[in-house]
Design a protein around this ligand. Structure first.
Ligand SMILES: [Zn+2]
Ligand SMILES: [Zn+2]
Length: 307
C-alpha cells in the first residue's frame, strides 16, 4: 500500500476499509472513528445538552476509547463526563485495569469513581468462583456487573449511562441468544434504551456501529494503554466460534456484519412488544421475571453457602 494515497487527504494511506472502499492515513483514520460515533449519537438522539454522562469504563481498549471520544465530543455542550468502574474483585486482573482507568481519566481531566462487588453484594468475584454452582463465572459476573453499574449511575446522579458495546459484540450476542432460543434477550438489543418508570436513566451504546478491529486500531493510534492480563475466569464458550465464523464471513463479504446488525435491530424491535419489564418484587429493580436475576443469584449463593 506504499504508493496509495489517503482518500481524504494526500498523505500516504496505511489502512484500507473494505466495506467503504476508502484508503486512510494515520491522521484521518481516528477522525473517521470519532465522526462515526458522533453520527451514531445523533442518529439515535443519544445525548442532550447538559447531560451528566456516566461512562462505564472497564479499562479495556474499547471503554477507554469511548471515554476519550465522549469527553471530546461533549466539550462545550454543558455536559459533564464521569468514568464509572466496577471492581469485581479479581486480584491481579482488575488492579491493573483500575490503574489504566485512573491514568486515562487524569489525562482527560475526567472524574472517576469505583464501585465494588464486595461493597454492593458482599462478595468479590474471587470469592464467588469458589462457591460451586452450575452457573458460569461469566454469567454471575455479568449479572452483578450490570446491576452494579445501574446502582453507580443512580448514586452518581447521571442522566445517561454509556457502555462500550461494539458491532462485533452485539451481533455475537445476537447469535448466542438465537442459539439459546432466548427471545427476551434478543429484544434487548438496541443502541439506546429510553428512560422508563422502572429505570429513569437513558442507556446508550455510542460505539455499537463500529467494528472491534477498528476500535483497536483507534486505541493504538491514540496511544491508549493496553491491559497485559486477561481475566482468569474467562470462558469463551460458543462466542469464540461465532466470532471467527463472522470474521471469515466479513472477509469474503465486506459489510455483512452491518447487515446482520440491522437485521438484529429489526427483529429486536418486533419482539419488544412481547416482552414486558416489571419491578422485581424483592429489590424493585426492573426485571423480566417476578424475581430479578440478581435476587435469584443471591438466593442461590446463600442456599449453597448454608449447606
Ligand atoms: Zn488522510
Ligand atoms: Zn431483584
Amino acid at each position: 500500500m506504499m504508493s496509495v494515497k489517503c482518500s481524504r487527504c494526500n498523505r500516504p494511506a496505511f489502512y484500507y476499509r473494505p466495506y467503504s472502499g476508502e484508503y486512510l492515513c494515520k491522521k484521518c483514520f481516528p477522525i473517521t472513528i470519532k465522526e462515526k460515533v458522533r453520527k451514531t449519537i445523533s442518529k439515535y438522539k443519544m445525548l442532550e445538552y447538559g447531560d451528566k454522562i456516566g461512562v462505564a469504563v472497564s479499562g479495556g481498549k474499547d471503554s477507554l476509547s469511548l471515554l476519550k471520544i465522549l469527553t471530546e465530543i461533549s466539550k462545550g455542550k454543558g455536559s459533564e463526563v464521569i468514568a464509572i468502574t466496577i471492581d469485581e474483585g479479581i486480584k491481579g486482573y482488575r488492579d491493573e485495569a483500575l490503574k489504566l482507568v485512573r491514568k486515562v481519566s487524569k489525562k482527560l481531566n475526567v472524574r472517576y469513581t469505583v464501585y465494588s462487588f464486595k461493597d454492593l453484594f458482599g462478595y468479590t468475584m474471587d470469592e464467588l468462583v469458589k462457591i460451586k454452582s452450575n452457573i458460569s463465572a461469566c454469567a454471575i459476573c455479568g449479572v452483578f456487573r450490570r446491576r452494579a453499574l445501574d446502582i453507580a449511575a443512580m448514586e452518581e446522579g447521571v442522566t445517561v449511562l454509556a457502555t462500550a458495546h461494539n458491532l462485533d459484540d452485539t451481533i455475537q450476542t445476537f447469535f448466542i441468544n438465537l442459539f439459546n432460543v432466548d427471545l427476551k434477550r434478543i429484544s434487548w438489543i438496541s443502541p439506546i434504551s429510553k428512560p422508563s418508570n422502572l429505570f429513569k436513566i437513558r442507556r446508550i451504546h455510542p460505539m455499537i456501529e463500529l467494528y472491534e478491529k477498528e476500535i483497536a486500531l483507534y486505541a493504538y493510534l491514540e496511544g491508549m494503554p493496553l491491559q497485559s492480563t486477561t481475566c482468569p475466569y474467562m470462558e469463551e464458550g460458543i462466542r469464540s466460534e461465532i466470532r471467527s465464523y463472522l470474521n471469515s464471513m466479513e472477509d469474503r463479504h465486506p459489510g455483512i456484519k452491518y447487515n446482520i446488525y440491522y437485521a438484529a435491530l429489526r427483529i429486536a424491535e418486533r419482539l419488544k412488544s412481547e416482552v414486558k419489564a416489571v419491578r422485581c418484587k424483592l429489590c424493585g429493580f426492573p426485571s423480566i421475571n417476578e424475581v430479578c436475576q440478581v435476587c435469584q443469584l443471591r438466593s442461590t449463593i446463600t442456599k449453597i453457602k448454608s449447606f
